[in-house]
Design a protein around this ligand. Structure first.
Ligand code: GLU
Length: 467
């Protein structure tokens, strides 16, 4: 685990990037600092009647924009330094993909597997209550979302608690990643993984880059190892597989599966959900020491679990050509320094896993505007397209088949619009990232920080406080 150095590590990346810019020192310190951190403890009466003290944190790293935004994780290693570091990553991530939020993060120090559903609900509601009491949550203040160990279920509890205490017109926007019937948006569940897919697709599209790594362009045939088949890792693997990449390895906490021919990730995930473990999966080869799989031969390595997975110890042994940081902070500074000297293209977390917060932004907008995307214009677009097709038929004498009419004339559903917004965000951000990297002759992570610092600095400068 990252111990208490995670935030320092994030700041080391920041400092390295800042040397490329001429921004006043005071302003740089302001950007780096975590604006506020709230540590709360409260008692949980467990199902057996015993009482346990629960620790939770919420950090708002930067309020250069409101609201602040970031997930809430449930894990037994959560601590203040981690939450601060993750909140800082959120600030930079939002800036890299031009999402107008400050960064935040929350965490509760529990292993969700050790608690009943009822206990988890009580913990979530009490934590939300504490945040409301301190004015640490609200559609214009700070908006949580799912993260490691949480899902739409916890977000629904957060909304329900918030709404029962603060019932304003915009209450639904107090949290994102909600179930659809509770104000969620289509595509949010798979968004982070889908963003990882779009990002890697763009990476593999650039011939010059692929030539340098000795790879062909395109995802087809690329061998991929994924660490963590949770929400992010699963959807990233699924979409990569649908685009003909071969998922050769999946590493879970208590073992992995390796299959040179390719793993059916959907089937494997179903097996894990059903049995609670990857052990005993009938296909491929079981790997006891799953962490070692990070060092195995592949084209793309995707750590999609927790921070500090690639260390000074295993970094020199990495054989992947491309490393896509689907998790937050899987490679910390010392290990990154090693990778920078190797022939590996590292795609930084603050770009490649930004799909989640991007679609959270769409969800928040949907909540504030109180209308489903596509509701006003879908039929209008269908009618316009139908008139266009009729006009073409009239002019050319050609006849469109039923199939063509159905395909060409279909207006966008909410999912189509969300997906196109996500795709555009990832494609444009990668293009700008490469430009920045080439302009400053540096690596992609430093370029991402450079671009984030520039944007946040500009926002502070326009407040007129800093030179
Ligand atoms: N937990 C996700 C992340 O680390 C999503 C945050 C959000 O949607 O606010 O990026």
């Amino acid at each position: 685990m990252a111990g208490n150095t995670f935030f320092k590590d994030v700041n080391k990346c920041f400092d390295r990037a800042a040397t490329y810019l001429s921004i006043e020192k005071g302003l740089l310190s302001q950007i780096k600092a975590c604006d506020s951190t709230y540590h709360v403890t409260f008692p949980l009466v467990r199902d057996d009647g015993s009482v346990e003290v629960i620790h939770g944190w919420r950090s708002a790293h930067s309020s250069h924009k409101s609201p602040t935004k970031g997930g809430i994780r449930y894990a037994d290693n959560v601590n203040e330094d981690e939450v601060n570091a993750l909140a800082a990553l959120m600030t930079y991530k939002c800036a890299v993909v031009s999402i107008p939020f400050g960064g935040a993060k929350g965490g509760i120090r529990i292993n969700g597997k050790n608690y009943s559903d009822g206990e988890l609900e009580r913990i979530t509601r009490r934590f939300t209550f504490e945040l409301i009491k301190r004015n640490f949550i609200g559609p214009g203040i700070d908006v949580p979302a799912p993260d490691y160990g949480t899902s739409s279920r916890e977000m629904a509890w957060i909304l329900d608690t918030y709404r029962s205490m603060v019932n304003t017109l915009d209450s639904e926007g107090c949290v994102t990643g909600k179930p659809i019937a509770q104000g969620g948006v289509s595509g949010r569940t798979e968004a982070t993984g889908r963003g990882v897919y779009f990002g890697l697709r763009e990476v593999c599209r650039v011939k010059k880059e692929m030539d340098r790594l000795g790879l062909t362009t395109g995802l087809a045939g690329k061998r991929v190892i994924v660490q963590g088949l949770g929400n992010v890792g699963y959807y990233a693997a699924l979409f990569l597989q649908e685009d003909d990449a071969i998922i050769t390895g999946v590493a879970e906490m208590h073992g992995g599966i390796y299959d040179e021919k390719g793993i059916d990730v959907k089937k494997l995930r179903e097996y894990i959900v059903e049995t609670g473990s990857i052990k005993g999966y009938p296909e491929g080869r079981f790997v006891e020491d799953s962490k070692s799989m990070l060092e195995w031969e592949c084209d793309i390595l995707i750590p999609a679990a927790l921070e500090d997975q690639i260390t000074t110890e295993n970094a020199p042994k990495i054989k992947a050509k491309i490393l896509g940081e689907a998790a937050n902070g899987p490679v910390l500074e010392d290990a990154d320094a090693i990778l920078r000297k190797m022939d590996i293209l590292v795609i930084p977390d603050i770009f490649i896993n930004a799909g989640g917060v991007t679609v959270s932004y769409f969800e928040w907008i949907k909540n504030l505007s109180h209308i489903r995307f596509g509701r006003m214009d879908r039929r209008y677009e269908e009618n316009a397209m139908s008139r266009l097709l009729q006009a073409i038929e009239g002019l050319t004498g050609a006849r469109f088949s039923e199939n063509d009419i159905a395909r060409l004339g279909k207006g966008p559903e909410e999912w189509d619009l969300v997906d196109s917004g996500l795709e555009d965000t990832m494609v444009m951000a990668y293009e700008r990232l490469r430009e920045t990297r080439d302009q400053y002759k540096t690596d992609l992570r430093t370029a991402a920080y450079i671009s984030a610092i520039e944007k946040v600095a500009l926002s502070y400068q326009q407040l007129g406080i800093f030179p």
